[in-house]
Design a protein around this ligand. Structure first.
Ligand code: AMP
Ligand code: ZN
Ligand code: FE
Ligand code: FE
Length: 292
């Protein structure tokens, strides 16, 4: 079984619509895929129905923008009830924060001599639930300012670069609790990638586990071999599920295609058992995984 538990569609900052994404996943020889757009469940229905037609297993997820000790942390929430009002409220707040910083980002670009309009960015963001930095990056590519998304981040948009603007994110511990109340399970995305490593020591992960965290994403392109090995040991010790995934974003970022990292079947099994338990405890009716 080839299982990829972290992908993005054009409902956030991926470039494929949810149906096309499932088609691609099927062509890539995957058996189970999770759609985990940033802060939205907008793509679930289309993805689930396409997966059904393709005989592909489907797991509904959301990658939620959180913060811990000042660092950005991405929390994957699987099989969570998106209708749970406190969660809807929090996701709305995050999406609004992302979209509303666009004028400030464009202002900073203007200050360093790069003219980009909101309309240029909207032209590339399509049906996304919010306009984020990757869309600004795509607009810079379209204008010929940079060659690709990575260059846009490295030169202008990454934390510490001249056009970076902070935005609202949920408090990590609170979000672990909230997802649990919404009947879902949580896995920290790329915990030791980019900026979150120092904020997520083994001790911090132990504390989150005690609070109900279910897993960590171990096999991710942002983790080198040593980080993966060490994180897998931490996961084993804490009893956390260890997942792997491509974090596929489509055309904007082709370095790790669908299925470039995978989750082992026994780890998915554990995740789904935990999800069943969370669903029961919550008294809600969150979506269930569809297996092939
Ligand atoms: P935003 O939500 O607008 O702050 O954008 C964050 C998203 O941008 C992340 O989820 C990634 O998909 C992408 N991203 C962040 N940093 C980088 C980077 N250095 N290079 C390429 N993409 C990045
Ligand atoms: Zn993204
Ligand atoms: Fe992420
Ligand atoms: Fe992601």
């Amino acid at each position: 079984m080839r299982i990829d538990l972290h992908t993005h569609s054009d409902r956030s900052d991926g470039t494929d619509d949810p149906r096309a994404l499932m088609q691609r996943a099927s062509e890539a020889g995957l058996d189970v895929v999770a759609l985990t757009d940033h802060d939205t469940s907008d793509g679930w229905d289309d993805a689930r129905s396409a997966a059904h037609d393709l005989d592909l297993g489907f797991v509904a997820g959301i990658e939620i923008s959180c913060r811990h000790a000042g660092a950005g942390v991405h929390l994957l929430a699987y099989l969570v009830d998106p209708g749970y009002q406190p969660l809807r409220h929090e996701l709305g707040r995050i999406l609004a924060g992302r979209s509303s910083r666009l004028p400030a980002t464009l202002g900073r670009l203007r200050k360093i001599g790069i003219e980009l309009d909101a309309a240029d960015v909207r032209a590339v963001s399509g049906p996304a639930a919010a306009v984020g930095r990757p869309h600004v990056a795509d607009a810079l590519v379209a204008k010929g300012v940079v060659a690709n998304r990575d260059e846009a981040f490295d030169r202008y948009l990454a934390h510490g670069r001249p056009a970076y603007v902070d935005r609202y994110a949920a408090e990590l511990e609170d979000m672990v609790d909230m997802v649990e109340r919404a009947g879902g399970v949580t896995v920290i995305a790329h915990p030791w990638g980019r900026q979150s490593r120092s904020a997520l020591s083994a001790d911090v992960l132990a504390g989150l586990t005690a609070r109900g965290l279910t897993g960590v994403e171990v096999d991710h392109q942002d983790h080198d071999v040593a980080a993966r090995q060490e994180l897998r040991e931490v996961a084993d010790r804490l009893g956390l599920v260890a997942t792997g995934a491509s974090d596929f974003h489509g055309e904007g970022k082709l370095d790790c295609p669908l299925g470039c990292n995978l989750t082992a079947p026994d780890q998915l099994e554990r995740l789904l058992v935990a999800a069943e338990q969370a669903a029961t405890r919550s008294g809600r009716a969150p979506p269930r995984a569809v297996l092939p």
